[in-house]
Design a protein around this ligand. Structure first.
Ligand SMILES: Cc1cc2nc3c(=O)[nH]c(=O)nc-3n(C[C@H](O)[C@H](O)[C@H](O)COP(=O)(O)O)c2cc1C
Length: 384
């Protein structure tokens, strides 16, 4: 096949890539899956890049009911039992993991009934063999396989829980010791073919330009400008209850305990705590500028997830700050985020005096902020 980009329907490709979900409840356990459709999808998957252009992927397609039953037992004993217990504990609680656990447990309980189980493998071991490039040649291919299934009305779920038992799987299926198993993909027609995109971070929040953590509201221009809304993100996973972290990040004086620039922060008269619109004064010090005060306004207060404020003028802020807290397995991911501008501030005054140095001034100022933000996030971890 040869194709020009003019032949490629961007909307279809984007739809397939954005809606290839982990399908578990909606796997059709009754409808048989023809081997040819699996082979067609593997042919597509084999077009994925591979290190050294070596075709080292081998695909195990398991159809035999007894083998599938044995794989289902291994899945259940390696992680499925835990998924079922978690599901039973969370049911009806509204816990953020309730749905995914119900779905994962359902798959664990029905794996043997899935028409086809596909295990992508690669020649080589991803241990101390020094050949990670070879190993990494299989994941993108297995994902292409999943997307090709989706485009045809079939579905799967990327699972790895069973790989704790990779020795037993190797014994069961006669996989030689030099092979690495990469995932186990249950494959079936889907019940219904509509799937949605999932909530994910917007690209701008997780895409860093010319340096880790560096973000922009727009652009960036070349060279960068204050109008791009340049900023930085510092993040760290902290093992503590989210409620405790919320108390700390919504305490406006907390950063002053760790920042070398922020000296203190006090709520305005009549304000008795964090709420959207609440005003406070921040006091800072810097060797080049001395001490100064800036009015701040809370703009985001979504307990226990997001707390943010802006400086100087809520309608034309000099800078925008926010904490984001996200529960992840076993801890909380804390993100401390700053964007400069678009309104006037100390930094815009410095730029007005030396406009030809705008990019350099911004880079240096953001590096200073980043260092202080890192101190605050480290400090936060010591407090809990
Ligand atoms: C590396 C990896 C391992 C995973 N392992 C399992 C697994 O063992 N069992 C399972 O049911 N789902 C597993 N998943 C699927 C995730 O739970 C799923 O992607 C997530 O819930 C988000 O759902 P979505 O893919 O539909 O957006 C795994 C996903 C990845 C990327």
């Amino acid at each position: 096949m040869r194709a020009s980009s003019d032949d490629i329907d961007t909307a279809s490709v984007d739809a397939a890539l954005s809606t290839t979900r982990a399908v578990r409840f909606r796997l059709d356990l009754e409808r048989p899956v023809d081997q040819q459709i699996i082979l067609d999808c593997i042919d597509i998957a084999e077009q994925a890049p591979s290190g050294g252009n070596q075709g080292s992927r081998r695909w195990l397609v398991v159809r035999d009911p007894e083998l599938k039953a044995r794989l289902a037992e291994l899945y259940m004993s390696s992680a499925g039992r835990w998924m079922v217990e978690a599901r039973d504990k969370l049911v009806g609680t509204g816990h953020h993991n309730e749905k995914v656990m119900a779905s994962a447990a359902h798959l664990a309980e029905h794996l043997a009934e899935v028409p086809v189980i596909v295990i992508p493998t690669i020649i080589g071991r991803h241990d101390d063999s020094g050949r990670p490039g070879l190993f990494d040649s299989v994941i993108q291919s297995a994902w292409s396989f999943s997307v090709a299934l989706r485009a045809r009305g079939l579905g799967s779920a990327w699972t790895t829980a069973i790989l704790n038992a990779d020795d037993e799987i190797a014994d069961l299926l006669g996989i030689p010791p030099e092979m690495t198993q990469i995932a186990m993909l249950p494959v079936a027609w889907t019940k219904g073919t509509e799937f949605s995109t999932a909530p994910r971070y917007p690209a701008r929040d997780v895409t860093y330009v010319d340096g880790f953590g560096r973000i922009y509201d727009s652009g960036p221009s070349s060279p960068i400008t204050l109008a791009d809304g340049p900023g930085t993100v510092v993040e760290r996973d902290i093992k503590a209850p989210i409620e405790r972290l919320w108390e700390l990040v919504s305490d406006i004086s907390m950063p002053a305990a760790f920042s070398e620039e922020l000296v203190g922060a006090e709520w305005a008269d009549g304000v008795d705590g964090p709420a959207v619109g609440a005003r406070f004064t921040g006091r800072s010090t810097h060797e080049a500028r001395g001490e100064w005060e800036v009015p701040c306004f809370v703009t985001i207060c979504e307990e226990p997830h997001r707390f943010g404020w802006v400086t100087s003028d809520p309608d034309d802020p000099g800078a925008r700050w926010r904490f984001e807290l996200e529960r992840i397995a076993g801890s909380v991911r804390v993100r401390f985020i700053l964007n400069l501008g678009p309104g006037p501030s100390g930094i815009s005054e410095v730029i007005e005096a030396r406009p030809e140095l705008e990019a350099r001034i911004l880079n240096r100022r953001i590096a200073e902020h980043r260092a202080n933000m890192a101190r605050v996030v480290e400090g936060l971890a010591t407090l809990v």
